[in-house]
Write a protein that binds this ligand. Structure first.
Ligand code: OGA
Ligand code: MN
Length: 227
């Protein structure tokens, strides 16, 4: 056996080389995982196909805050969103995949993730989302944020990068191209982040794993925590 490198096998059946395991390892080590082009291609295609056939009226201008605190401000975020409720096949496939990751992370990291809320986003040219956190004021129940991207052939000059900051003092951040099948997962309360102005139509799916506790008013938009 010496000299032979084998993927780590955990007693409970976790395989050291799976996508879910790579995400788990990253979250454990640094609270953040970026997996370029890693979403199963069938699922990325299905999501892309679905959103590209949606009616313009299915998308709503995104706001900030929940329920009575909800407001809209183009200077903060300019994307349009459509919540995923599982009515479409693509939506169901996505929610199933997200549930599998949820189960894996719960078993592996004991995160106690209970539910998942998720929406399609479309950033038209010139739109952006200023620096924010994904947690609501006074709420701690969004634990893990996830974004996947549905843009084929994204180039550096197209803008629309996601910039993740490790802390308040991090001015440089980590830049992610919103390219086809790339998955970003991070601890919601740890990483302020922003979407730089996009020069092209930019498509993605954002989602959040939540704890059971706390306010559960249902679907809402991310609150922009003052930085
Ligand atoms: C969000 C968000 C990042 C992205 O929807 O809250 O920060 O890259 N999205 O689309
Ligand atoms: Mn966000």
């Amino acid at each position: 056996m010496s000299g032979l490198i084998r993927p780590v096998k955990y007693r409970d059946g976790f395989s050291g080389d799976s996508l879910f395991e790579r995400i788990a390892k990253d979250i454990e080590a640094r609270g953040l995982s970026i997996q370029s082009g890693a979403l199963p291609d069938k699922l990325t295609s299905s999501l892309w196909h679905h959103q590209s056939h949606m009616e313009k009226s299915d998308f709503k201008t995104a706001g900030i805050g929940r329920a009575q605190n909800y407001l809209r401000d183009d200077n903060i975020r300019g994307d349009e969103i459509c919540w995923i409720t599982g009515e479409s096949l693509a939506g169901r496939q996505w929610l199933k995949w997200a549930a599998q990751l949820q189960q894996y992370l719960n078993r592996r990291l004991y995160l106690g993730l209970f539910s998942f809320e998720s929406h399609f986003s479309h950033y038209a040219p010139g739109t952006f989302y200023r620096k924010h956190r994904d947690t609501f004021r006074g709420e701690t129940n969004r634990i893990l944020s996830m974004v996947v991207y549905l843009n084929r052939e994204w180039s550096i000059g197209d803008g629309g990068e996601l910039i993740l900051y490790r802390c308040e003092d991090d001015t440089q951040g980590i830049s992610v191209q919103p390219s086809w099948g790339t998955i970003v997962v991070f601890l919601s309360k740890e990483f302020p982040h922003e979407v730089l102005p996009s020069k092209r139509d930019r498509y993605s799916v954002s989602g959040w794993y939540r704890l059971k506790t706390g306010d559960s008013t249902g679907l809402g938009d991310a609150y922009l925590a003052p930085i």
